[in-house]
Design a protein around this ligand. Sequence first.
Ligand code: NAD
Length: 457
Amino acid sequence: MDTIRDLNPTTGECLAEIDCAGKNEVEAAVARARTAWPAWRALSIDERCSLLAGGAKRLGERATEIGELIAREMGKPLQNGLGEARSYAKHVPKELEEVRAALAPQDFKGPGSSTTLVREPHGVVAAITPWNFPVGMPLGILVPALASGNTVVLKPSEHVPLCGALIAECFGADLPEGVLELLQGDGATGAALVAADIDMVGFVGSRETGMAIMAAAASGLKRLVLELGGKDPLVVFADADLAAAAEVAVQHSVRNTGQVCCGLERIFVEESVLGPFTELVLEQAAQWGHGDPMARGDAPAAPLGPMVSRAQRDKVAAQVDAAVADGARLLLGGTVPAGPGAFYPTTVLADVSPEMTVYREETFGPVVALISFDGSEAEAIRLANDTPFGLGANVFSGDLPRARRVAAEMRAGQVGVNRYLGSAPGTPWVGARHSGFGFLGGVEGHRQFTWPKSISE
Ligand code: NAD
């Protein structure tokens, strides 16, 4: 049997060794979820939501424990891990309200008949999730899937198994047996889960894994929500508020040590302001140092921890090294620090060009990649869309109509105009093109955990 070695990316210490669930255990967990489904579906949505609200309360009560676990398992600074646990504990009750509203039956009148549209849960949902937001990512699937009347088998990332177990404990405590099952394991366990007798996969992770899941799900026509990677652009025109744009450029390239799906990966700057903009970027970047994510005491904690693993760090270092070998200018960082752990410094690269892997492939590390362009609207749009991904995109210009025209042509699910993207509550999280298939949140997202059924009299 394979084993997960759950490593602390700050120290290299092994936090736990956990056996990966094999085919038999996967099938047994799915069978328990299938057995539990009819009774769970038969509850009213109010009853289900009230049980899930209990899980959110427990999550809030255990936020400190979870925050520390996040810091130890994936290296997020303690304050940020605590913030993640607390904000999701607060968010779940609001999301339950949204699900309730999205699934309310709708009445339609026709000539001589009336139809009620109700929403039926699919059955057993596999929730397969990544490590970069160890609380937020599993909850993004669990909460709408369970509230809609599905049962769920959760397989958290092999990098954060203890966080996954704690979430399952908080939410599973009030639920009938089999409604929320937990499986630990790596990609092989995930693949066995997709192949098992499930009805839907709610997946958040890389494009490559998403493609493998889509292929594997085809033979059973299993429903899919896939939230995948990105290569988000920021376009900065010369007439923009350069200081504001530089702050956004750096913060959203490097926060969470660059491990954010909608992090900025390509910054296009009008060539006439490249010099002053680069200076502003370097000033900002100097504020993003790294350090022990568990730091406590008087000294302020560093804003960045290590990356999740040495393998992820080495991938980022290889992209940066290759870019420099191909002519990019290294303005800051770019050297793997000595010592244990998976640290990588905030790095600024200029003269990045389209042939480089750092331009083409998701970097998922603390790298600010600067690329100049001629300032034309058409070129800005072409470059922003010069990727198969379509998660987020951002544009800054003092000419608001121009910024809006560019935003309208950007092929991405979320676009920020003179600010970093971020949608108002109630809107779905959308991966367009290679960034996904299906949505999460909002009316459109919540309804995907159900199918519409019309009953006419
Ligand atoms: P990953 O694809 O390597 O793994 C994600 C999950 O899939 C893990 O639980 C893993 O064990 C499982 N898995 C791996 N192979 C599998 C297979 N063949 N079948 C079934 N399951 C399998 O991704 P990761 O490294 O954990 O996460 C980083 C990626 O997630 C990045 O690409 C990032 O952009 C993306 N992400 C996207 C969003 C979004 O909302 N679009 C949010 C967060 C992260």
